[in-house]
Structures are given as structure tokens and as C-alpha cells.
Ligand binder design. Structure first.
Ligand code: ADP
Ligand code: MG
Length: 249
């Protein structure tokens, strides 16, 4: 990364609108995320949280507005989108592991294909990241042999192996049995403590309160409240935030 892109926010979103057909889902989002910041995004189902995250790495094309990630203007028609996306890791509710590859293969394939790393280097980086998520001993397992929580940790390690500048998490624990949630949250706590820049959509409100530098509440495609967790979760100003929290806490 060049020196120029090391300054200023890692993510800068300005005037972001997104419609599907005639339905406007994001209605003007402005947001800056600083390097090392953990931003948790909360809000009711259907409020546009996933769409917001998916616009950041252009899984959805914004209808209007600008998104700059690590100096890449994502919405510039001339952007090298593959290069820009390489700096953005994304972890979904569903783990999307390659069922036909073992754990190590899941962690090396994109490193080899997208980054051109040698097998040896890709394996070295994969093993470092498996250790980071507590699965150093499972590199030869097939995804089907792992619990959901282990599969999600493999998915996180796979993203980390690309050495992204930003990690996006979209409800990473929502598909997990309750007893498996803690290990995944622990991995995310570790990343936050290491200074990873993270955008986390979550329904785990206590977790958000604990790890977030700022919490963002989205309602019907608009940021209605953003600030430190002790304000947005602990002492929300907006009636809509209070109403949401009273339902989920
Ligand atoms: P959240 O993640 O907060 O639950 P989403 O961003 O998934 O919300 O969805 C916001 C709204 O956009 C919902 O009404 C959803 O039905 C709609 N939506 C999301 N993706 C699409 C799509 N690909 N096509 C049409 N509508 C969509
Ligand atoms: Mg969603």
C-alpha cells in the first residue's frame, strides 16, 4: 500500500444510495471508518445492513454516491476492481467453504489464484491464520467434518490469508448453534485487539457493546444514530433505536 493511502479513513462513503427496482434500500449513507476502528452495525431485519456491506466491496452496485476503500474509488468505472477487492475480506452468515477442498486447500486456493503466491508461501500464511483462529490441528479436515463454528473460523482464516486491510462481517454467528457462537466471537475479539479494521453487522448486542469503537444504527436505509456503544446502546437518543433495543436485549 502506498504512503498516500495510509492516511485518512480506510473507508469513506459519501451520499450512498441503492435501489432495487423502484425500492430505495439505502437512502443517503455518509460514513468514514478509521484504520483500526471496529464499527458494529445494528438494526432491524430489512433495514439495509447487508446491502450497505455488500456495496463496500461492490457485491452490489451503488445507484449513486461514492465509496473509497484504502484509496480505491470503488465506484470509479476505471477502478481495478479485483485489486480493490483483494484488500477487503468478507465473512457471511453462511460460510461458503469449498466442500471439495480440505481446510488447507480452502485457505490456499485464492492466495495462489488471486495473489499468485507459491504453494509453499500460501501454506505458510494459511497455517499462521489457522493458528490465529484456533484450528492449527484441523488443516487436513474436510469442511463437512467440522462444526459450524469451526467452519466459520476457517472462513475467517481464509479471508485473513488474503491479508486484507478491512474485514466485513455480515451476521457471522447467526447460523450457528448457540454453544458454537462463543468461539467465533472470541476470534473476532482477537482481531479487534490486534487492530484490524472491522465492519460487523451483528445481532449480538452485548458483543457489539464490548468490542465496538462505534455503533451505527440503521433504520429503513438511513443512519439514525452513530457513536460510542455507551451512547447508542447504553443511552440511545432516537426512539427507533430504543424500540429496537427493547426488542433484542
Ligand atoms: P438487512 O441486512 O438489514 O436485513 P438487506 O440489506 O438484506 O437488509 O435488505 C434491505 C432491503 O432490500 C430488504 O427489503 C430486501 O428485501 C431488499 N433487497 C436486498 N437485496 C435485494 C435484491 N438483490 N433484490 C431486491 N431486493 C433486495
Ligand atoms: Mg442482512
Amino acid at each position: 500500500m502506498s504512503a498516500a493511502t495510509d492516511r485518512g479513513p480506510v473507508i469513506r462513503i459519501t451520499g450512498l444510495h441503492k435501489s432495487f427496482g423502484s425500492t430505495e434500500v439505502l437512502k443517503g449513507i455518509d460514513l468514514e471508518v478509521e484504520r483500526g476502528e471496529v464499527l458494529c452495525i445494528i438494526g432491524a431485519s430489512g433495514s439495509g445492513k447487508s446491502t450497505l456491506l455488500r456495496c463496500v466491496n461492490l457485491l452490489e452496485t451503488p445507484t449513486s454516491g461514492s465509496i473509497v476503500v484504502s484509496g480505491h474509488e470503488m465506484t470509479d468505472p476505471d477502478v481495478d476492481i479485483d485489486a480493490a477487492r483483494r484488500g477487503i475480506g468478507m465473512v457471511f452468515q453462511q460460510f461458503n467453504l469449498f466442500a471439495n477442498l480440505n481446510v488447507l486447500g480452502n485457505l490456499t486456493i485464492a492466495q495462489r489464484r488471486a495473489l499468485g503466491r507459491s504453494q509453499e508461501e500460501a501454506e505458510r500464511i494459511a497455517r499462521e491464520n489457522l493458528a490465529r483462529v484456533g484450528l492449527a490441528d484441523r488443516e487436513s479436515a474436510n469442511p463437512a467434518q467440522l462444526s459450524g463454528g469451526q467452519q466459520q473460523r476457517v472462513a475467517i482464516a481464509r479471508s485473513l490469508s488474503m491479508q486484507p486491510a478491512v474485514m466485513l462481517f455480515d451476521e457471522p454467528t447467526s447460523a450457528l448453534d448457540p454453544e458454537l457462537v462463543g468461539d467465533v466471537l472470541d476470534v473476532m475479539r482477537g482481531l479487534a485487539a490486534e487492530g484490524m479494521t472491522m465492519l460487523v453487522v451483528t445481532h449480538e448486542i452485548q458483543f457489539a457493546r464490548e468490542i465496538a469503537d462505534r455503533v451505527l444504527f440503521v433504520d429503513q436505509g438511513v443512519i439514525t444514530e452513530i457513536g460510542p456503544p455507551e451512547d447508542v446502546i447504553g443511552n440511545p437518543k432516537e426512539p427507533r433505536t430504543r424500540e429496537f433495543l427493547s426488542r433484542v436485549l
